[in-house]
Structure formats: C-alpha cells, structure tokens
Write a new protein. Structure first.
Length: 119
C-alpha cells in the first residue's frame, strides 16, 4: 500500500493542499476527495504544494485533469507549486505546464492568485 496524505492549510482566500508521499491509482481518491471538499466549501482558489510529493502516476495526474475545468468554471483555479524535479518532469512530459500554472514556490503561486490573470 502506498504512503500518501493530503494536508489542508489556507493563505487568505487560497486553499493549500500539501501532498506527501506517492500519488498513484491506490491513493488518487484521497486527492479527489480533498478537491471535492474544497469545492463543497466554496474554496476554489486551490494551491497544490508538491514539496513532499515523491511520485505521481497517470492516475494521480488524471485527478488534476478531472477537476480543473469544474474549478475554473466556478471562478477558481488549481495552481501547483514546489514540485520535486522528478515529479515536475512527469508533469512537463505530459504538457501540464501549458494547462496549469506550475510555480517554483508556494509564495509565488499564492501571488499568482492575487495578480490579474493574463488569460
């Protein structure tokens, strides 16, 4: 069984999800439940901090894809910060930087929520 957890924190209007461990087919439901909780609580400015995320599989990536449109339609966004280089490479290989703001630091990602969007 994989070791994975999602922690919740906030920075103003931004809901921060701290991912830890390995996000794969066995643990993807945990991230899914965390994003659903954010939506239910109307916390749609979601920042995923991947500083302690050691591995991500296609099932884990699928969770991001499953919710991004819904979150954006409700006026929010999902931004990703502080990924380990090998995890970032997986996101990059699949073109995620074209769909998501992937920022080096949590602070930089929080700032992107408060700056006017260039979209």
């Amino acid at each position: 069984m994989s070791n994975f957890s999602v922690g919740f924190r906030s920075s103003g209007a931004v809901q921060i999800l701290d991912l830890q461990g390995e996000l794969d087919a066995h643990t993807a439901a945990e991230l899914e439940a965390a994003i659903q909780k954010c939506q239910k609580d109307n916390r749609v400015h979601i920042l995923v901090n991947g500083a302690n995320l050691m591995y991500i599989s296609s099932a884990g990536l699928g969770v991001f894809m499953a919710y991004i449109e819904e979150v954006r339609e409700s006026g929010g966004d999902i931004k990703i910060a502080a990924l380990q280089p090998k995890v970032y490479n997986v996101f990059d290989l699949l073109g995620f930087p074209m769909l998501f703001d992937i920022v080096e630091t949590e602070e930089g990602a929080v700032d992107k929520f408060s700056s006017p969007s260039a979209d």
